[in-house]
Ligand binder design. Structure first.
Ligand SMILES: *Cc1c(COP(=O)(O)O)cnc(C)c1O
Length: 353
């Protein structure tokens, strides 16, 4: 399928100063439509701008939508690099299947991403740690208030130049272990990237913020015993020399940064396992001096060291509130690969020409 390109006649001024995350958008966006008769059709890159949608549009009412998140980096030598983009589009189809959205062609998505990033390459910031955050998403667009899968959809990609996620550097964060609300349950859609999971989580996130915690650690939705993940990150523990992360069980998002961290540990010979782990086990490890490191993984922050966990009335300090050795090594390696400084495993990087 040929991608039609309509360039903007009014390029915007590039941002100056701190970029933050998710506030600023580049000059163009990608759109493609779906109908039952035509399938996915009319892929195009057009000037960035608002959509006009009927107030009855299904996504507004029932949340039938999926999204992805990845980053483009500009290497020191000027090359533009995408990190494991094929994994994002494999995953969007996993989410699509659960949300009853028609599947989308991975190759076309990758090509669309590359053409959009190529056209907006001057929007990729070059400060250390900065990148162009890429947000593909699909929304249900039938103007209809009945409940059923939509017959029409829009797939779009927008790009947002973003600074270092933590402007002050890799400072360990404080995490609140949520024991009241739950985010997802088995049989639900916790394994997908969809707005509904976030809608279920923002209240707990808000309360945690008010109490001085940067994120919430979710426990399983049935017994609230087993660890699931953090707001928009997967979670890892290093306990007595072994790196452990909760096994994918249907209610946890299968993070690409998670997968990359596991693959790197294996490559380095660092013991790593995916298994069910309870908050009680983590607490006991912390009491016995065996909770050596805790970190989150996700595209936005890459790696986020955790310096403190609060569970009920227990406060667990991790590694004296300092970043741990394996946490730092994984961060340095993944960011090194993403910026073209380190040669990663085959297939992790795709270049935008
Ligand atoms: C996106 C996301 C992650 C992290 O996945 P990455 O592919 O590493 O960015 C973790 N948890 C949730 C709920 C997410 O939406």
């Amino acid at each position: 399928m040929n991608i039609r390109i309509e360039k903007t006649k009014n390029p915007k001024a590039k941002p100056e100063g701190a970029l933050g995350f998710g506030h600023i958008f580049s000059d163009h966006m990608f759109i493609m439509d779906y109908s039952i008769e035509k399938g996915w059709y009319d892929p195009r890159i057009v000037p960035y701008g608002p959509l006009s949608l009927d107030p009855s549009t299904m996504v507004f009412h029932y949340g039938q939508e999926v999204f992805e998140g990845l980053k483009a980096y500009k290497a020191k030598d000027g090359r533009v690099l995408l990190f494991r983009v094929d994994e994002n589009y494999k995953r969007i189809n996993v989410s699509n299947e659960r949300l009853a959205i028609p599947p989308i062609d991975n190759e076309l998505c990758i090509e669309a991403t590359k053409q959009l990033v190529s056209l907006d390459r001057d929007w990729i910031p070059q400060q250390d740690g900065a990148s162009l955050y890429i947000r593909p998403f699909i929304i249900a667009t039938d103007p209809f208030l009945g409940v059923r899968p939509s017959h029409t959809y829009k797939f779009m990609i927008i790009c947002s130049p973003s600074g270092l996620y933590y402007e002050e550097g890799l400072e360990p964060v404080k995490i609140y272990v949520e024991d009241k609300y739950v985010r997802a349950v088995r049989g639900g859609m916790g394994f997908t990237k969809t707005g509904g999971n976030y809608a279920a989580s923002i209240k707990a996130q808000d309360i945690a913020h008010e109490n001085g915690y940067s994120q919430v650690l979710w426990l399983d939705g049935v017994e609230q015993k087993y660890i699931e993940e953090v707001g928009s990150m997967n979670i890892f523990f290093k306990i007595d020399g072994e790196v452990v992360t909760p096994a994918l069980n249907g209610s946890i998002l299968s993070g690409i940064t998670r997968k990359s961290a596991i693959e790197l540990c294996k490559q380095w010979g660092v013991p790593v396992s995916e298994k069910r782990i309870s908050i009680q086990e983590v607490y006991e490890a912390s009491q016995n001096g065996k909770l050596e490191e805790v970190f989150g993984t996700g595209t936005a922050a890459i790696i986020s060291p955790v310096g403190e966990l609060k569970w009920e009335d227990h406060v667990m300090k991790v590694n004296d509130g300092k970043i741990g050795e394996i946490t730092q090594r994984i961060f340095d390696t993944i960011t090194g690969i993403q910026t073209g400084v380190i040669e990663g495993p085959a297939g992790w990087i795709q270049e935008v020409k």
